[in-house]
Design a protein around this ligand. Structure first.
Ligand SMILES: Cc1cc2nc3c(=O)[nH]c(=O)nc-3n(C[C@H](O)[C@H](O)[C@H](O)COP(=O)(O)O)c2cc1C
Length: 171
């Protein structure tokens, strides 16, 4: 049975809410709050599947609790080949549409460069933004949620994505 870790960083609770919903739907996964529960990048080794959540802040930057771990990963460059990764997080496509969800794209590129295999891409249909570093060949490289403008869609988006991961990864 694959060990699944849902690691999340969330400043105002939106990405946290999605992480909790995912955890309930995936059942055998473990939740790791980057602020409270994260001990260091060796913790990624404990899991076969890493589901990584971050909201986007600043000019397309990952949420603050991800800053040190991402820095450590870039420096130490551990071999993550064999790991399956998927990304999710909150953003605001209207006020911050010039960098909507860009943190997901940055995290995606780093984990893939370390050998991990990425899952959970979704169509851009239903989102309206100017630019996103999370966009790959017309898709988003993870699940975007936007509680500022589309709160009513969040639960359905998370539920659909959980089903997608179950079938893509075989959870
Ligand atoms: C100062 C500031 C900067 C932000 N920058 C971005 C951004 O670059 N891209 C984006 O998609 N959302 C941006 N947002 C929106 C947040 O990501 C959004 O409020 C999100 O719901 C926060 O999620 P969290 O509670 O999980 O941290 C920004 C919000 C603020 C207040």
């Amino acid at each position: 049975m694959a060990k699944v870790g849902i690691f999340f960083g969330s400043s105002s609770g939106v990405t946290r809410g999605a992480a909790e919903l995912l955890n309930a739907q995936l059942k055998r996964s473990e939740l790791i709050d980057m602020e409270e529960d994260f001990d260091g990048i060796e913790q990624f080794e404990d899991f076969d599947v890493l589901i990584l959540g971050s909201s986007t802040w600043g000019q397309g930057d990952p949420q603050r609790d991800w800053v040190d771990p991402l820095y450590d990963l870039s420096n130490d460059r551990p071999d993550l080949s064999g790991k399956k990764v998927a990304f999710f997080g909150a953003g605001d496509q209207k006020t911050h549409g010039e960098h909507f969800l860009s943190a997901l794209g940055k995290m995606h590129d780093l984990f893939v460069s370390l050998g991990a295999e990425a899952y959970g891409y979704i169509p851009t249909t239903g989102y309206e933004y100017e630019f996103s570093l999370a966009e790959r060949e017309g898709k988003l490289c993870g699940l975007g949620i936007d509680d500022v403008n589309q709160e009513d869609l969040t639960e359905e988006r998370v539920t659909l994505w959980a089903s997608q991961l179950k079938s893509e990864i075989g959870l």
